[in-house]
Design a protein around this ligand. Structure first.
Ligand code: PMP
Ligand code: GLU
Length: 396
């Protein structure tokens, strides 16, 4: 058969997070006895006031194409909210509404890079980063971090890496998926100043900005170094903070020049983000704080419970997550004992013998690790921990 697939597309693999999430749902629907901590999405329903705003939009006929970069009232609400949070003035033309934060990141990469440009990412990276970089024709420059350095990039390490090979852009994600890492303000400020001095563009993925726990706080690089505004694209959205993953609304804050090009690109690639979802997102941004805080408090409770129990499982280590809703644990000490050679095989064995579905760390750039999502009910989390503990104790 003639192969008509391009070389570029042949390099792209499906998303492991999305495909394992689909697999978990299919197994459950088929009546299999499976507990899954795969989904990187809140298990809550979208808050009622936001749902109602969506219903109102449908009934009021707000169902047509919108401007490519999003409706002005949402862009204005986002600009206002983030000017306040970041302490940096963003006009509404310095915002772009997209079809989920994933789409915002892709658009930003498309606008900031030319084919062959290097984009630096650090491990563990979110699974879509390297694929998106390849899709726009750029080249991932992967900096490996480890559990020992808390999966945090330091400015000294960054300097050393830039000396080896200077990228056009870097992508940072704090709070981090999958490790839950949160950067301290001093580390982030040092990194931001260095990037500014070097003229390296930053895509700052802050989709988990509100989900920080314990003593941790989220500090956007733009808040710490306002002069970075022109060379930084801040990406966030409603998916995680307001339990709106399926509505598909993300947004970017950038200079007007970058935002204009992102909107122009979007005009030809997708037309516009979903009209109904944009009206619902206004309600989230303007009036969703109470619901958001309530869900956050619940995530924090689950994190603490999960942490207490996971710490008792023998043979594994993990950094305590300060944000997002994941634990990322080093299980490589169990590989020989279980007769597996990597995280994919480990997860397959855990599913087959233990009835627990986790996401392997390999596609995040860490084949010694596995990811647990704690965006699940306490009952599910306890069942998962029972299964994980029993599986591990069978081998140690
Ligand atoms: N960045 C990270 C780190 C994520 O985990 C996700 C998960 N979905 C996204 C971006 C994209 O979010 P959205 O659902 O808004 O596309
Ligand atoms: N970001 C979530 C995750 O990492 C959702 C799935 C996806 O978009 O990749 O599980």
């Amino acid at each position: 058969m003639t192969n008509i697939v391009s070389k570029r597309a042949s390099k792209i693999e499906p998303s492991i997070t999305l495909s394992l999430n689909t697999k978990a749902n299919a197994l459950k629907e088929a009546g299999e006895d499976v507990v899954a901590l795969a989904a990187g999405e809140p298990d809550f329903d979208t808050p009622e006031i936001i749902r109602n705003a969506g219903i109102r939009a449908i009934n009021e006929g707000k169902t047509r194409y919108t401007p490519a970069a999003g409706i002005a009232p949402l862009r204005k609400a986002v600009a206002e909210e983030y000017s306040r949070i970041l302490g940096v003035d963003y006009g509404w033309k310095e915002t772009v509404i997209s079809h989920g934060a994933k789409h915002s990141i892709f658009n930003a990469l498309f606008v900031l890079t030319d084919p062959g440009d290097e984009v630096m990412i650090t491990t563990p990276y979110w699974v879509s980063y390297p694929e998106m970089i390849k899709l726009v024709g750029a080249v991932p420059n992967i900096v490996e971090l480890s559990v020992d350095d808390g999966f945090r990039l330091t400015v000294d390490r960054l300097k050393a890496e830039v000396e080896k090979s200077k990228p056009k852009a870097i992508m940072l994600n704090t709070p981090n998926n999958p490790a839950g890492t949160v950067y301290s303000p001093s580390d982030m400020e040092a990194i931001a100043r260095f990037l500014l001095d070097e003229g390296i563009a930053l895509i700052s993925d802050e989709i988990y900005e509100y989900l920080v726990y314990g003593g941790y706080e989220h500090h956007s690089p733009v808040k710490l170094v306002p002069e970075l505004k022109d060379s930084c694209v801040v990406v966030t959205g409603v998916s995680k903070s307001y339990a709106m993953t399926g509505w598909r609304v993300g947004y970017a804050l950038a200079s007007e020049q970058v935002a204009y090009r992102m909107g122009a690109y979007q005009a030809h690639a997708t037309g516009c983000p979903n009209a109904i979802s944009q009206w619902a997102a206004i309600e989230a941004v303007k009036n969703g704080a109470d619901a958001r805080d309530m869900m956050k408090a619940s995530f924090e409770k689950r994190r603490d419970m999960f942490n207490t129990r996971l710490a008792k499982v023998p043979g594994i280590t993990y950094p305590e997550p300060g944000g997002a809703f994941y634990f990322f644990a080093d299980v490589s000490g169990l590989y020989d004992k279980c007769g597996v050679s990597g995280s994919g095989e480990f997860c397959e064995k855990l599913l087959a013998e233990g009835g627990l579905l986790l996401i392997p760390g390999g596609p995040f750039g860490c084949d010694n690790m596995v990811r647990f999502s704690f965006a699940a009910s306490e009952e599910t989390l306890n069942a998962a921990l029972d299964r994980f503990d029993a599986f591990v104790r069978n081998y140690v």
